[in-house]
Design a protein around this ligand. Structure first.
Ligand SMILES: Cc1cc2nc3c(=O)[nH]c(=O)nc-3n(C[C@H](O)[C@H](O)[C@H](O)COP(=O)(O)O)c2cc1C
Length: 223
């Protein structure tokens, strides 16, 4: 039987940060300001939920933001994983930064694009060696018999790459999320929160340059 929600352990926090008024800046500048603030209070500020689509509907998982510029939000994964296949088949994507400790969230809608080989090589090169070996071995999102088999495959790869650089496997690399809508949410008293969404000034749903303030209109939304 479903437990009544008022008997489940929960908290009811009052949000009362300062009023968040018209963001008179580009989405990129505002995101960077919020990200820098989150970095002081949130354990993994770069953890973001990425939602993808397939024929059965949406699915979500956390990944880590590894790059940001006017083109969008860069993360790395296995192109043959569930998310990798989904994004290559249908680039429509949603991203959420859940910075509850800041009484904030940032919501993003956009289109994901496979990053350049140069971007993927550059990030792969600075990953710890163990992670590089893991990326070569893991067939992310595929079934595996047991932990023993995973470890045996890891050990074999570690031996194979002994004494040389670990190559980036072709099935591993970046996706860049190009943005057509980005919302900044700030908790306020009485659940009367501040929401500012940036949409394309020309009404299109094509991604745009996040640093170009003229490409975007900021709208306040009811909470
Ligand atoms: C904090 C955290 C960070 C993660 N970062 C990544 C990441 O950067 N890339 C990645 O492929 N998976 C990452 N994962 C694992 C994913 O959430 C997910 O389990 C995995 O990518 C498989 O997802 P899929 O089967 O939907 O493709 C992370 C998980 C957590 C909890």
């Amino acid at each position: 039987m479903t437990e009544p929600v008022d008997r489940l352990p929960q908290t009811r926090k009052s949000y009362d940060s300062g009023i968040f008024d018209h963001p008179d800046t580009s989405p990129l500048t505002l995101f960077r300001q919020w990200y820098d603030a989150a970095a002081e209070h949130v354990r993994e500020p770069n953890a973001m939920t990425v939602s993808t689509l397939d024929e059965w509907g949406p699915s979500s998982r956390i990944v880590l933001l590894k790059g940001l510029d006017e083109r969008g939000f860069l993360f790395f994964t296995d192109y043959d994983s569930a998310k990798g296949r989904q994004l290559r088949a249908d680039p429509r994507v949603a991203v959420n930064f859940p910075w509850q400790d800041m009484e904030r969230q940032v919501r993003i809608r956009g289109l994901a694009e496979v990053a350049s080989a140069e971007d993927s090589d550059a990030y792969f090169a600075v990953r710890p060696r163990g992670s590089q070996i893991g990326a070569n071995v893991s067939k992310q999102s595929q079934p595996v018999a047991d932990r023993k088999q995973m470890q045996a495959e890891y050990d074999a790869a570690a031996a194979e790459f002994e004494g040389r650089d670990v190559p980036r496997p072709e099935h591993w690399g970046g996706f860049r999320v190009h943005v057509f809508e980005i919302e900044f949410w700030q908790g306020q008293q009485n659940r009367f929160h501040d929401r500012w969404v940036f949409r394309r000034s020309d009404g299109s749903h094509e991604p745009a340059d996040l640093a170009d303030a003229s490409a975007w209109s900021a709208l306040r939304l009811y909470p």
